[in-house]
Design a binder for this molecule. Structure first.
Ligand code: 2M8
Length: 437
């Protein structure tokens, strides 16, 4: 490893160490002082480059928040204050299936078994104690990860589209993406207790974050879920936001497949076959969303009964879970092409969350245009996994170069390259470590 590479990795490792709170890592030092679900998965991938046992601890801590239904909640809270909405607003103690520890009442993309798989690969390469620690963790927790996918399959994939349905934009992880503009516009916010936002205190400018009107809807949807005590069936009936999320579905598909492979390794063929079935159904659902005009995947608004047209990174969901050879190659070409990575206006040739050609594009506003290193890494992982090494290398080189300022920002302005959102964001440091390893 060169000196430059070493200091890049050292700086990233320093961020994870500073954000480490023992068995869990805060998603960001100020803006997100708790453990987030899909952040934890990426963070564990980063930890694995430093310590396999620590990576395993991160995943184990996340499971402390798992609900009896199988759901892995999007936040596992700890005592730290300073984040809104906290446990008092979520009121998950009303839910029959909530765990002892305080959590939120919704979930996030199912990237976890991709993390397990990736930690497992490293553990195997390292051998010795690392291999033993990983294997024993997998034997201990395999059923918990299976239960998570079973819940996604049974409670969240009941719609004829076969897509995983989400009940809150936060469940997508891409909170204010233009993907959700139409379904959000139809939400009528009712009466609820007043609140004060915390997030805007921790960023340089409010336009880096969602708008107040977005927050009203986010909080209103929480009210609706609390009202039915987070009952899965009732939630499907009452919640104003009910959307088939194609990107979430793709993460469920790839993770179920990778968990099946891990299951085969530890002698669980029946569960492995069950997981393969879920993965195939989810992958099929992703493929059926493709817009014949654009070749990209679409979300489905289950309340309106319509496809959602949005020029976002979500359209490339099939690159994550895989699809037939020809369609995959066409999507790779599109991702590398002039509307996306090779758009002449971009500061760095990595996928923006929205193409600059879209009328909804805003280069500095959260999920409406900036580039997110964590997603860039996910696409490089997926491209390599599905046999597109050249594309993975090209995007990976650019993604790593983008992090050269060592701020490890949450996201970057697509046009001027400015660091935005939180600094020292854990998952950004984690993917830097994964690229550097
Ligand atoms: C962002 O979301 C949270 C709500 O979950 C927030 O804005 O307060 C999103 O970027 C989400 O994908 C991410 O997991 C979370 C923590 O990094 O922050």
């Amino acid at each position: 490893m060169t000196e430059v590479a070493t200091s890049f990795a050292d700086a990233a490792a320093e961020v994870l160490r500073a954000n480490d709170r023992g068995q869990r890592t805060v998603a960001a030092p100020e803006l997100y002082p708790h453990q987030w679900s899909w952040d934890a998965a990426f963070v564990a991938i980063g930890w694995a480059t430093l310590s396999v046992p620590r990576a395993v601890e991160e995943m184990r801590h996340l499971l402390r928040g798992q609900w009896a239904t199988g759901m892995i909640p999007h936040i596992v809270f700890t005592a730290d204050a300073g984040y809104f909405p906290g446990p008092a607003r979520w009121r998950t103690e009303r839910a029959e299936h909530a765990p002892e520890v305080a959590t939120s009442g919704i979930c996030q993309p199912a990237i976890h078994s991709l993390a397990l798989y990736s930690i497992g690969e490293r553990a195997r390469r390292n051998g010795g104690e690392d291999a033993a620690v990983f294997r024993s963790f997998l034997l201990d927790t395999f059923d918990d990860w299976v239960r998570w996918h079973r819940w996604l399959d049974s409670a969240r994939s009941t719609h004829p589209s076969g897509l995983v349905e989400i009940h809150h934009p936060w469940e997508s992880g891409m909170d204010n993406s233009p993907r959700w503009d139409a379904p959000c516009a139809r939400i009528t916010v009712g009466r609820m207790a007043p609140y004060e936002r915390e997030d805007v205190r921790h960023v340089a400018a409010a336009d880096e974050r969602p708008e107040d009107a977005d927050y009203d809807r986010y909080l209103w949807l929480v009210e609706q879920l609390v009202e039915v005590d987070y009952d899965d069936e009732a939630a499907r009936r009452v919640v104003d936001f009910r959307v088939g999320d194609v990107f979430f579905t793709a993460t469920h598909a790839i993770s179920a497949d990778l968990l099946a492979t891990l299951g085969e390794d530890i002698g669980r063929p029946a569960e492995a076959a069950e997981l393969r079935g879920m993965a195939a159904r989810a992958r099929g659902a992703v493929a059926r969303t493709v817009d014949p005009q654009t070749g990209r995947a679409r979300d489905f608004d289950m309340r309106a009964g319509t496809w959602i047209d949005a020029d976002t990174i979500g359209g490339f969901a099939a690159l994550v879970c895989g699809t037939d050879h020809e369609a995959y190659a066409a999507l790779v070409a599109q991702l590398l092409g002039p509307q996306w990575c090779a758009h002449p206006a971009l500061a760095h040739p990595v996928p923006p969350t929205v193409t600059p050609d879209s009328p909804t594009f805003v280069s500095r506003t959260y999920w409406r245009g900036p580039q997110w290193p964590v997603l860039v890494w996910l696409f490089t992982w997926a491209l390599r996994h599905h046999g597109h090494d050249d594309a993975a290398d090209a995007i990976g080189r650019a993604g790593r170069a983008q992090l050269g300022d060592l701020t490890f920002a949450e996201y970057y302005d697509s046009l001027d390259g400015q660091a935005l959102g939180s600094r020292n964001q854990s998952w950004t440091a984690a993917v830097a470590l994964a690229w550097a390893a």
